[in-house]
Design a protein around this ligand. Structure first.
Ligand code: FES
Length: 187
């Protein structure tokens, strides 16, 4: 997660996009007993929506608002606050470059520039072949291995610009070494 407000104009108000499936809604309801209020379920709900659809569409925001009994604007507030949530479709794999201080001191600017040049896109863009999307986030919690970037949920540590082509060419570059956390799975 990171804390950089997104320009609301990046939300494509002309395209509702797909809503949540019945299964996703049921999964969200499964979180209700864990929290003191429905409003508190908004983050797990957004993760579920993004996992299912690939981004958080306007229709999904409305579905979540209805489930949590809060105004749709309250859901959009959260979506547009966290860069982690995408409001438009993204590439198959997401590259997340850390932009916090330790990584910056250890070569992040050159790394980010190289990734942008390689993909031909900037923040929240997707490469022309649809394979990679790019975003930056605050500290990825591996500062002692800076500079870091993630591909989907796989962390790449001490990434040098000269490593980039090899990493991007590896078809398993987003494969986790350990099993994914079940944090956002329904109880
Ligand atoms: S500053 Fe980049 S991982 Fe912490």
């Amino acid at each position: 997660m990171s804390w950089k407000t997104i320009d609301r104009n990046t939300v494509d108000a002309d395209h509702e996009g797909p809503g949540l499936s019945a299964a996703a809604k049921e999964k969200i309801r499964g979180f209700f007993p864990r929290y003191p209020t429905r409003r508190a379920v908004v983050l797990p709900a957004l993760h579920i929506a993004q996992d299912e659809i690939g981004h958080v569409s306007l229709a999904a925001m409305r579905d979540i608002a209805e489930l949590l009994e809060i105004p749709p604007a309250a859901v959009m507030d959260v979506v547009t606050f966290y860069t982690h949530f995408w409001t438009h479709p993204k590439g198959r794999k997401v590259i997340t470059v850390c932009r916090s201080l330790t990584c910056q001191l250890m070569g992040q600017p050159a790394l980010q520039q190289a990734v942008e040049a390689r993909l031909g896109v900037g923040e929240h863009g997707t490469s022309a072949d649809g394979q990679y999307a790019l975003m930056t986030e605050e500290c990825l919690a591996a500062c002692d291995h800076a500079p870091c970037m993630m591909i989907n949920e796989k962390m790449h540590r001490r990434v040098r610009v000269e490593d980039l082509d090899r990493i991007l060419a590896d078809p398993r570059n987003d494969q986790l070494d350990v099993q994914r956390s079940d944090l956002f799975d329904a109880p």
